[in-house]
Design a protein around this ligand. Structure first.
Ligand code: ADP
Ligand code: MG
Length: 263
């Protein structure tokens, strides 16, 4: 029997989408992303299996799942980076992605990296504003190779933000950072989210990170969303809050990991 949670509401909206045969449920109106019947196979292996998902405008969603469960595959599909998926993916408006490795172009300075491919009147000015927002303005003329892990990740975030995304996709962006830098990044991402209000899909293998940041935590397993919990607690959250303690247990059980890491 799952523990009863007060600030945390379990909901299984993803499961309640039951399209009639051959007729997928319509995309949720106004959603930042809607996915219907999304499948992806690699050879004989089905990694995503008729997955349904809606992300509301401005919603902060965390996606957890065991290593190899298909989190990055789903993210790539949402980013439009994978043309071999089947099903429907709708993500109207600009979509930005930041990955675990910052993927900065090594022969371009930080400012030029942030401005890369930007189609606005003054890309440099826009990039400068974004660097300012991630508190990296003073490193604008640095080479990527001279940045610390946290700085490189902030540059990557600036490059994502400068496009003013309606949907921000983050694929384990903090997992290579040390614990203190990760906490600083959590605060920064929350501040940026509160200021700009993009919808966020954060892939993480860290249940605590998901619980600290997200409005809703999803579990990916067997190619589908197997669990969805709404976290209604105000931020910043106390990780020892009884609701979070209970939800942590529930999520770890859902992942088949009684304690510790999920990856
Ligand atoms: P996660 O991000 O949850 O760790 P991935 O989405 O990266 O998992 O991968 C899910 C599964 O799909 C893994 O078993 C992985 O090996 C496989 N996979 C991912 N990309 C490819 C690819 N391009 N070719 C073959 N198999 C792949
Ligand atoms: Mg991955």
């Amino acid at each position: 029997m799952a523990p009863r949670l007060r600030g945390v509401k379990e909901d299984f909206s993803e499961r309640t989408v039951v399209p009639a045969p051959g007729q997928p449920a319509p995309a949720a109106p106004g959603a930042a992303a809607s996915v219907r019947g999304l499948s992806r196979r690699f050879g004989h292996r089905t990694v995503l299996d008729a997955l349904d998902l809606d992300i509301a405008s401005g919603e902060f969603v965390a996606l957890i799942g065991r290593s190899g469960s298909g989190k990055s595959t789903l993210l790539r599909a949402l980013a439009g980076l994978d043309r071999e998926v089947t099903g429907q993916v709708s993500a109207p408006g600009p979509v930005s992605v930041a990955f675990q490795e910052p993927r900065l172009v090594p022969w371009k300075r930080v400012l030029a990296n942030a401005a890369l491919g930007l189609r606005v009147a003054d890309p440099q000015a826009a990039a400068r504003t974004a660097l300012d927002e991630v508190e990296l303005a003073e490193r604008a003329s640095a080479w990527p190779g001279t940045l610390s892990g946290g700085e490189a990740q902030r540059a990557s975030l600036a490059r994502a933000l400068v496009r003013d995304p309606r949907l921000l996709l983050l694929d384990e962006p903090f997992s290579a950072l040390d614990a203190l830098t990760r906490i600083t990044m959590h605060r920064l991402v929350l501040a940026l989210w509160q200021r700009h209000r993009p919808a966020v899909l954060l892939v993480t293998h860290d249940v605590d990170e998901a619980l600290a940041l997200a409005d809703r935590v999803l579990v990916l397993g067997e190619g589908r969303i197997t669990h969805s919990s709404t976290v209604a607690l105000p931020r910043p959250r106390d990780r020892d809050h009884p609701d979070l303690v209970a939800l942590r247990l529930l999520l770890l059980t859902e992942l088949g990991v009684p304690a510790g890491e999920t990856d």
